[in-house]
Design a protein around this ligand. Structure first.
Ligand code: NAP
Length: 293
């Protein structure tokens, strides 16, 4: 009985999300990744989506994806987008956010849920720039959202409801992993998963370079390097078979045989300070996010 009620509740929540019209103020790298992630997941159709764009290139791309398109948010686009949306994603760079919020503010109603993906911008500043009582959620997604493999974190503002929490979880988890965090953790999330795809791209490129130097053709080196990273990550996420994470140190120990090739490679990484470099990279990006706020 309890299970049936739970299933009915979930269906009801899903139906709510399916009906929402979602607007994107700014549809660049991250905005497009979210749009494509949602469409690909089937969580909403292009006819439920719209976007404010500035450049002709962005307009063409959004039309190609089947979205309704409005112009520059600060030149009238925000009003049109607000009228056509229930959920509004703020997808501009942090330095453009003030202007966008000023343009959007008069058009935000109690029916709107505002979702900011801007790095470093605090809920308090977002809420202060919007009408009193606005329902706001801060999200840090990442670009693998494009292929349904996002790692996203979110935190609710003061006036966001449980229903809003269910909606954002459903949207984000349709395109990857979604976790709720406290706001004080958002800078760390930004330094880790928000910026992290770039660290991994660099690692894949460098590993492939090493293989090319050792005699492998470039295309095969790149494919093997990327699949190695993907497979290793899946072992941490799924290797236990019961949904719990497997500690990477355990997996590493399992693949290092005495006097083997892997331990020699690992020793080289440790000598080069790769572990420390990654720790410093995440901390530096987190600090940068803190300074943006
Ligand atoms: N990229 C990531 O990996 C990532 C990850 C997590 C969070 N974020 C956050 O996502 C946000 C967007 O980053 P991004 O990398 O997607 O930047 P982006 O590629 O530059 O996209 C931002 C888009 O906003 C548009 N825009 C700016 N002002 C506008 C206005 N007044 N009206 C309509 N459109 C406007 C820009 O138009 P133009 O094309 O004309 O410049 C651009 O297409 C940032 O706040 C960032 O912190 C990014």
């Amino acid at each position: 009985m309890e299970q049936r009620q739970e299933a009915e509740k979930q269906e009801e929540e899903q139906a709510l999300a399916y009906r929402d019209r979602i607007g994107f103020v700014g549809a660049g790298q991250m905005g497009e990744a979210l749009i494509c992630g949602f469409i690909r997941a089937g969580i909403c159709s292009p006819s439920q989506l719209c976007a404010c764009v500035r450049s002709e290139e962005r307009r063409r791309r959004m039309l190609e994806l089947g979205l309704q398109v409005f112009g520059d948010a600060t030149l009238g686009g925000a009003a049109e987008l607000a009228a056509a949306s229930d959920i509004i994603f703020l997808g501009v760079k942090p330095q453009y956010l003030d202007g966008v919020l000023e343009a959007l503010q008069p058009h935000v109603t109690p029916n709107h849920l505002i979702v900011s993906i801007a790095a470093g911008v605090r809920l308090a500043s977002l809420e202060a720039a919007l009408p009193e009582g606005s329902r706001v959620i801060r999200v840090m997604p990442n670009t693998p959202c494009l292929i349904g493999q996002a790692a996203s974190a979110y935190v609710l503002g003061n006036h966001a409801t449980n229903e809003d929490a269910a909606k954002i979880y459903m949207l984000l988890s349709s395109a990857g992993l979604a976790v709720s965090v406290e706001e004080r953790m958002m800078d760390a999330v930004t330094g880790l998963s928000g910026s992290g795809p770039a660290y991994v791209f660099l690692a894949i490129e460098a590993m492939a370079d090493g293989a090319v130097a050792a005699g492998l053709p470039r295309d095969k080196a790149l494919a093997l390097a990327a699949q190695t990273v993907s497979g290793a990550a899946r072992m941490v996420l799924e290797g236990s078979g019961d949904g719990s994470l497997t500690h990477p140190a355990l997996l590493k120990d399992r693949v290092t045989s005495p006097a083997g090739t892997t331990i020699v490679g690992l020793a080289e990484l440790e000598t080069s300070g790769v572990r420390g470099a990654l720790i410093r990279a995440v901390k530096a990006a987190a600090k940068r996010s803190e300074n943006l706020g």
